[in-house]
Design a protein around this ligand. Structure first.
Ligand code: NAD
Ligand code: UDP
Length: 320
């Protein structure tokens, strides 16, 4: 049901991507008018095919590194390839989408007085020397490595957000997103959850990079999107940066074992070299989000989220 006094015109950049498409769906279900802006670099029409005929949904093919003039009330700035193989394919474009994209979207927010949300990342902490990571930790980032186009691009975007806040009074919400997974992840994006599930479903070997003792904390997409919407609804003085993710931490080897067991495949675990600058440990401290976001906390356990993701990839591999 639409509550006409609370309907907003919401723009989602990167709206055809994994997280963006879940966000568009959620905002439409909440009754908002949603403009999805995407250049389809890693996003896919299939991710939003079920939304296309909705009266409150519009798609625009546009590259956010170029200026955009539209009238909106809220902006979620999600545009940026997120998987290492995608963002390292054209690293200069990755820095541009983070930096030029942020400048263009912040300029739009300034002109329209829209509230703007930035999809930042746990990568701003680099290979952290503090564990778990809290928002006041400044990070341990290599400025010249293979991951730097993404990490430093996102760090510069955060700087721009806070300078537009201080200099131009733009209302900003900066979320630092930790590893998130779920249906509509790109099958070949090289991220660990999609890789392991697809390998297990195909009965292939599971490729563990390094010895598998590195850790990550995995959040199911629905829990994350709930956090986004709560953060956007906070009073203007709440700017973040705010960690969003699920603090339950697993080694990569544990994840591989769980996936193989759930899929019931005979896949073997094999070991490959660890990519450069691969963080050894990653776990969010989400106490700031939990105390600020009106009771928000991730609720979906890893095995439940993996089950839904396995079903998605099983269906995708069978029917595509
Ligand atoms: P994704 O690659 O599925 O989505 C990114 C979307 O941005 C795609 O639809 C892509 O086509 C679009 N895009 C890329 N460059 C663009 C440009 N120049 N102009 C317009 N659109 C462009 O990745 P995702 O996992 O959905 O990530 C979404 C956002 O969340 C990204 O900003 C990412 O950095 C951030 N994030 C994601 C995670 C995660 O675990 N999924 C973790 C931390 C941060
Ligand atoms: N990883 C792995 N096998 C794979 C893909 C990834 O062991 O097939 C490891 C990777 O080296 C990293 C972790 O899993 O230590 C998470 O990788 P991902 O690319 O998903 O995310 P990020 O490194 O950006 O957290």
């Amino acid at each position: 049901m639409r509550h006409y006094d609370s309907i907003k015109r919401v723009m989602v950049t990167g709206g055809a991507g994994f997280l963006g498409s879940h966000l568009c769906e959620r905002l439409i279900n909440d009754g908002h008018d949603v403009l999805c802006v995407d250049n389809f670099y890693t996003g896919r029409r299939a991710n939003i095919a079920h939304l296309i005929d909705h009266a409150n949904f519009e798609v625009m093919r546009h590259d956010v590194t170029f200026p955009l003039y539209v009238e909106v009330d809220e902006i979620y700035n999600m545009a940026c390839p997120a998987a290492p193989i995608h963002y390292q394919f054209d690293p200069v474009a990755t820095t541009k989408v983070s930096v030029h994209g942020a400048i263009n979207m912040l300029g739009l927010a300034k002109r329209t007085k829209a509230k703007i949300f930035q999809a930042s990342t746990s990568e701003v902490y680099g290979d952290p020397t503090v564990h778990p990571q809290k928002e006041d930790y400044w990070g341990n980032v290599n400025p010249i490595g293979l991951r730097s186009c993404y990490d430093e691009g996102k760090r510069c975007a955060e700087t721009l957000f806070f300078d537009y806040r201080r200099q131009h009074n733009v209302v900003i919400k900066v979320a630092r997103i930790f590893n998130t997974y779920g249906p509509r992840m790109h099958m070949n994006d090289g991220r660990v959850v999609s890789n392991f599930i697809v390998q297990a479903l195909k009965g292939q070997d599971i490729t563990i990079y390094g010895d598998g003792s590195q850790t990550r904390s995995f959040c199911y997409c629905d829990d994350l999107i709930e956090g986004f919407v709560h953060l956007m609804d906070t009073p203007d003085e709440v700017t973040g940066p705010m960690n969003l993710g699920n603090p339950d931490e697993f080694t990569i080897k544990q994840l591989a074992e769980i996936v193989v067991e759930m899929v019931g495949s005979g896949s073997k675990l094999i070991y490959k070299p660890l990519p450069s600058d691969d963080p050894k440990q990653r776990q969010p401290d989400i106490s700031f989000a939990q105390t600020t976001l009106d009771g928000w906390s991730p609720e979906i356990q890893l095995k439940d989220g993996l089950q839904k993701t396995i079903e998605y990839f099983d269906d995708y591999l069978t029917n595509r």
